[in-house]
Design a binder for this molecule. Sequence first.
Ligand SMILES: CC(O)(O)NCCCCNCCCN
Ligand SMILES: [Zn+2]
Length: 678
Amino acid sequence: MASGTALIYDEEMTTHKLLWSDPICDIEVPERLSSSYEQLRSYHLVERCVHVPAREGSEEEILLVHSLEHLEVAKSTQTMNEEELKRVSENYDAFFFHPSTYRCARLAVGATLQLVDAVMSGKVRNGMALVRPPGHHSQRNAANGFCLFNNVAIAAEYAKLKYGLQRILIVDWDVHHGQGTQYIFEEDPSVLYFSWHRYEHQEFWPSLKESDYDAVGLGKGKGFNINLPWNKVGMGNSDYLAAFFHVLLPTAFEFDPELVIVSSGYDSGIGDPEGQMNATPEVFAHLTHFLMQLANGKLCVILEGGYHLKSLGESVCMTVKTLLGDPVPQVSGEMAPCLSAVESIQNVRAAHKPYWKWLAYEDTSFLQNLSTKSHFLKTANSNPSTEHESKITNNNDTVKVDRFLELHMKNILFPVPPIKTATTGCEGSEHFLSEHVQLVKEMDKTEVEALVSGFYADLVKDNKTLLSLGSMFVILDKILKKEVCNGIATSPTAALSAAVALRHSVRLGFQRVLCVFVGDMQMIPNTEDGKMLIINICEKEQSGKTSCKHYFSLNWKEDAEGNDFFSAVLGFILPVAYSYQPNLTVIAVGPNRNLGISGISLLVALIQGLAESRIFAVIEDTEISLMQNVAKLLVGASTPAFGIYVPPTQEKVNRIKALRDQFQQEWKMLQCSGDIFI
Ligand SMILES: CC(O)(O)NCCCCNCCCN
Ligand SMILES: [Zn+2]
């Protein structure tokens, strides 16, 4: 199992710079790289990474994507004077040459390929390359938008050639559309390109018709190009997360990539003069965390844009911290996507319905009754917010943004607990013990009896249960005190342990405890006060208990062939959980679980993004191998193997959709599709 995070940075890439005045290009400054690197050092993140040196991309590697003519023009600029440089630059839309541009662009390509090699060879699990000039606008025969060579596109072609890869996912979260990358892979089904971008109905640069949601790819590449246009500025954390839950992640898990490359532009973050968006740096920790669950963790993050130095630096640090496996900080802001974002999400889903199994049964009937949509817009009352209130009046006030970020990040960068996981030394734990795992001593009987409130006392029949409850209390205490990040225990009666754990956690002071219970829950605590939110994944409806705002009974029978649980986790559980914003997550697996180990692993892996990764897992003590899988995930030692992808049946899609329709006003992260227009 590969581990470690590579960081690639070479100061020489700061020599490329603008020699004349040009209000369009003057934001792409060398300090973008040096200040990001300095910020990483200030958070002691550089020393935690594996240093991999950059190198020059070879001409042959550049010709994987670009024409010989393009290469020759770039090469010829090395010896030009300012006058000539200016003239050549004017041949392109928003690009400038410097005598060292060619050298820097080759280093940017080489750094990217070094990262691909380090990840594909298993030297590291993942990594980040801090490069400039960026790449995603450059095309076969043209520089564009500050980009000379398309670093990420070359990396994808390189990985296909050298490692025989057949499925590569490129995620482009830069605020501009990477039209260069789109053109290069438009007909290529082996490269799935996803981009969101400021669009404003084609008003925003590069103002292309083919940047809209209906550009789905050409020929054999149909379905493998996904454009998510933002038609308003001010998009925030909830919009970005909704785009992942309801568009990117379900597609990505169905595609099942062998490698994930991120065109990581941070101009989609708050304060950026280009993006004018509202998303705060910690959202990139969540986006990174989600992508780390794909391709067995093989993730290469390559810098693209980002022009507000403080916002850029903080977002780079959030990305690298997450790549290193640190707990994911709580995402800030109201968890409610705006109407414009939901419209875009819904349009992309409709455009891609013909190409992806997970969308086969999603209804896009709203397209027929668009007339009601205009009606809805007029009469809308409890609809999603049409505009996000902007935290910053305008992103151009750099000092104001600096101050906002100073305060905002202060309470986010918590110290990482030295020990990641606590366990009770239960059966099978010897397999995963390491310096990251702490054995907790058991509590003595009298102490436990005192803690087990009267309500449950009579249920605690035997000694074994009492002891398992005892160690559970110790673990919960350590999690609360942030001595550990998460914990795992086995129990002879997981249902009882879960119920006691929930009550104890609330008594310890956790305000919102999320409980995901797999199997027969038997006893269901009262969730009226909203201090708990329970999602019970069971085979059949529990004794007449119907779903309500804080209790969901999600009937699911695992599919014999493989793992069909993606649509439930991505389309329902995560959106509800993120809307709820728990400060502790309890995952419990009871007797006769109705989910496969890979479905439960998916759940545990993705839900770690919540509650600052504070998770308490309690597993029925008959489930030894499940317990080991979950423990390895909590320790961060492995990325889950999701087994065979099985698309959801119509019946299961309808069940999720019914729950979504019923609760999307309470839990707004569920909003994604047509029905809000009816
Ligand atoms: C890497 C990147 O995506 O951040 N490059 C952004 C280029 C922005 C060019 N703006 C031209 C405006 C013309 N009116
Ligand atoms: Zn950009």
